[in-house]
Design a protein around this ligand. Structure first.
Ligand SMILES: [Zn+2]
Length: 57
């Protein structure tokens, strides 16, 4: 499955370089990726986000 990497500026909620699982236009932890498309990059690297939804059980 395709994951998505946040390549935008680090914010309170998102760290630059963090990798999230993807569900449509949202990360599995609930961030929209379609509003700032340039801040996100498709990747096959493993998820590093430890928020609910992205984190593996
Ligand atoms: Zn996430």
């Amino acid at each position: 499955m395709m994951n998505v990497k946040y390549v935008g500026k680090s914010t309170k909620d998102l760290d630059h370089g963090s990798i999230h699982a993807l569900q449509g236009n949202l990360t599995s932890c609930g961030k929209r990726i379609d509003e700032n498309r340039n801040d996100w990059k498709m990747t096959t690297q493993h998820v590093t986000c430890d928020r609910k939804g992205c984190k593996k059980k």
